[in-house]
Design a binder for this molecule. Structure first.
Ligand code: SF4
Length: 197
């Protein structure tokens, strides 16, 4: 088999299903380099960092500031881990560099592959776990800025909204998800399209 260069589209997907046949449904597959994977993660990382800062500023001056900021940061990291544990094992990109964000490769280190046919069901069941990440910083920041106006908090809220509700959905739907052969059956596309509209 000839070597596959990063960024190439493979003419044939040679992944095997449980019954030993080729998985034709995910052909062709794009391979993502480490740099591309890192770039694809930047909007989510940015959202988590900005959300953490919003909590710190909103409750600044009290012990709630660092406590809620640390909790949100842990939630952001835990949310990514949750997807790796409970969704990625059911994805055809588990343990594959065709996963746009690299979660599939990390997931393979601690979860065995499971049935791809359960992907939609697992996705719908577990994605609500991370959806509050998009809204909690807004719910914390808005009352605070209404109570006491603060330019730093306003800037953080605007940056958060632009990243979480415009950049992140756009990058996913126009880039990673656009190239995904699973997009027609993926409930995440519908969620992100609604967030973006
Ligand atoms: S494409 Fe999504 S569900 Fe599939 S392995 Fe990557 S992060 Fe997990």
């Amino acid at each position: 088999m000839s070597a596959v260069k990063i960024g190439d589209e493979l003419p044939v997907n040679e992944k095997k299903l449980d019954d030993g046949t080729n998985d034709e449904s995910c052909s062709p597959m794009r391979q993502y380099s480490s740099v591309q994977t890192l770039i694809n993660n930047i909007p989510y990382i940015t959202m988590t960092v900005l959300g953490t800062a919003i909590f710190a500023v909103s409750f600044g001056g009290s012990a709630w500031g660092p406590a809620t900021a640390a909790a949100y940061l842990a939630y952001g990291a835990g949310g990514a881990l949750w997807i790796m544990v409970f969704v990625c094992p059911y994805c055809r990109y588990w343990n594959s560099s065709s996963c746009p964000c690299g979660y599939g490769l990390i997931a393979a280190k601690f979860r065995e592959k499971s049935s791809v046919e359960c992907f939609d069901e697992k996705f719908r069941k577990h994605i609500p776990v991370i959806v509050p990440l998009w809204f909690l910083p807004v719910l914390a920041g808005l009352p605070s800025i209404i109570r006491v106006f603060s330019w730093p908090l306003l800037v953080l809220l605007v940056l958060f909204a632009v990243d979480a509700f415009i950049i992140l959905p756009l990058v996913s739907t126009k880039h990673g998800c656009k190239e995904c052969p699973q997009k027609n059956s993926c409930p995440w596309i519908a969620i992100k399209s609604k967030i973006a509209s």
